[in-house]
Design a protein around this ligand. Structure first.
Ligand code: LLP
Length: 447
């Protein structure tokens, strides 16, 4: 029997500890009990930069990169920039030995301006324009992942010199996740299905183009994949396809890109992908598939996005008002919401939240943190444990907001996007400034 069994009321009086699985690696409490990251109190950041603000822990990003490099010493880790691409992140990940995926001319421009070697860039997208393809080949982008027969012809027509190409394949694998991020099944917009020899057809067309060099196959099964077994099937099917391409065309592809999609926890107890476990499985699956097909071991490429930056990010909000609906919930309204975090509305994502500006000693109770936007679905965190003495002006921190927050943000309701500040060794610096009303109005050029 524990103390909690004897005094059940203690359950609500205890201050919940921050779950280290969710918060950046440098998270601690300062001597006043305030949450601090990278040696900087979040409360001071809220005062200095206002709210909402995205805080990014540089040490956490670098730590995730190193963990991947250590788990996969022989593979190429290409960070998927769509999770969060700003120049600082491009710089950190390349210095940590990662390469980079981009999916538009805009992301490519950010990467190049951060000094990323174009040969270490992979370009994705199911509807790249001729201008985007031309910009990419002119910049010397290392590999382009082709997604349709039309694109193969277009690329061949714009590439001035030999361009390395991978073919995006849909291996017919369902990760049983949210439908919006399930991309390995046949009947969706990405890639060429393995069925009906569509991938074989794409390979033939690429190989017919003298200025395209087919180096490998690519697949991306989806996002938030906690059960890594599906990567075993993907490797088996793609290596099988590489063996077909060898027998049909006498060409040995050397690269096998198995995409990203590794899970991170958003709430305590959520599952996460362990890079070491994934590495062991990939190794095993490759041994098996290559032996079965008598195929030489290809170079593996992985494309984690979320798993590199999600946990480095914390978003700060200030409490505006609190109301309890009789017989209903207690709603905490804050000064941000679905424009800086549309993931709840888009995917039903669930988040945690904590008071950051003081050590809350009082009793805790479930509350729902909601945003300032004009929709009832503008929710940030459902049923999170917050102190009953929470009051307007308190700073709320939402962890695990480094991936697909800034990159998905909008200026809905005429509210500008938040700034991004980086913390490191007790210092804070602004990487992206807040979007102002002048920025929003500056785009309007007529009436
Ligand atoms: N590679 C490709 C080709 C991708 O399309 C993606 C993500 C990734 C890699 C990286 O996936 P990750 O490791 O980050 O799961 N907005 C959604 C996620 C969309 C993912 C799109 N593609 C969300 O907020 O959950």
């Amino acid at each position: 029997m524990t103390l909690l069994d004897i005094f059940p009321s203690l359950r609500t009086t205890m201050t919940p500890r921050l779950d280290p699985a969710l918060w950046p690696v440098t998270t601690s409490h300062d001597d006043r009990g305030r949450i601090s990251i990278g040696g900087v109190a979040l409360d001071d950041i809220a005062d200095q930069y206002g709210t909402p603000t995205y805080v990014l822990d540089e040490a956490d990003v670098r730590h995730r990169c190193r963990t991947y490099r250590a788990a996969f010493p022989e593979a190429e880790i290409a960070y998927a920039g769509k999770a969060l691409l700003i120049r600082a992140v491009a710089d950190w990940i390349t210095r940590e030995g990662l390469s980079l995926d981009v999916c538009s001319a805009g992301e490519l421009a950010i990467a190049l301006s951060a000094g990323v070697d174009p040969r270490r860039i992979i370009l994705h997208g199911n509807a790249k324009s001729a201008t985007e393809l031309r910009t990419a080949v002119d910049a010397g982008v290392g590999r382009i992942v082709v997604d349709s027969l039309t694109e193969i012809r277009l690329l061949a027509s714009v590439a001035p010199r030999r361009q390395k190409v991978m073919i995006r394949v849909t291996p017919g694998i369902d990760i049983h996740g949210h439908h919006a991020v399930t991309t390995g099944v046949d009947d969706q917009k990405f890639g060429f299905p393995l069925s009906h020899n569509q991938t074989g057809e794409a390979a033939r067309l690429v190989l017919e183009q003298p200025n395209l060099q087919l180096v490998g196959l690519h697949c991306h099964l989806g996002s938030q994949i906690a059960d890594v077994e599906c990567f075993r099937s993907a490797i088996a099917r793609l290596v099988g396809q590489m063996a077909y391409i060898r027998s049909d065309h006498g060409v040995i592809l050397t690269t096998l890109d198995i995409g990203g999609g590794h899970a991170v926890p958003y709430r305590p107890g959520d599952p996460q992908t362990d890079p070491a476990e994934l590495a062991a499985l990939v190794d095993d699956a490759l041994d098996e598939a290559c032996a079965r097909n008598r195929f030489p071991r290809p170079q593996i490429v992985l494309e984690p996005g979320r798993a590199v930056v999600a946990r480095a990010g914390v978003t700060l909000y200030r409490v505006v008002s609190i109301k309890t609906i009789p017989g209903g919930r207690t709603f905490v309204s804050v000064d941000g919401g679905m424009s800086d975090n549309p993931r709840v509305a888009l995917y039903g994502a669930r988040y945690d939240a904590a008071v950051a500006n003081r050590h809350p000693t009082g009793r805790h109770t479930p509350m729902t943190v909601v945003g300032r936007f004009c929709e009832a679905g503008d929710i940030l965190a459902v049923d999170v444990s917050l102190p009953v003495d929470l009051h307007p002006g308190d700073v709320i921190a939402v962890p695990c907001t480094g991936a697909y927050h800034h990159s998905l943000a909008s200026s809905y309701n005429g509210v500008g996007r938040p700034p991004i500040v980086a913390v490191r060794n007790g210092n804070v610096r602004e990487l992206v400034r807040r979007e102002s009303v002048a920025d929003l109005m500056g785009r309007e050029i007529g009436i």
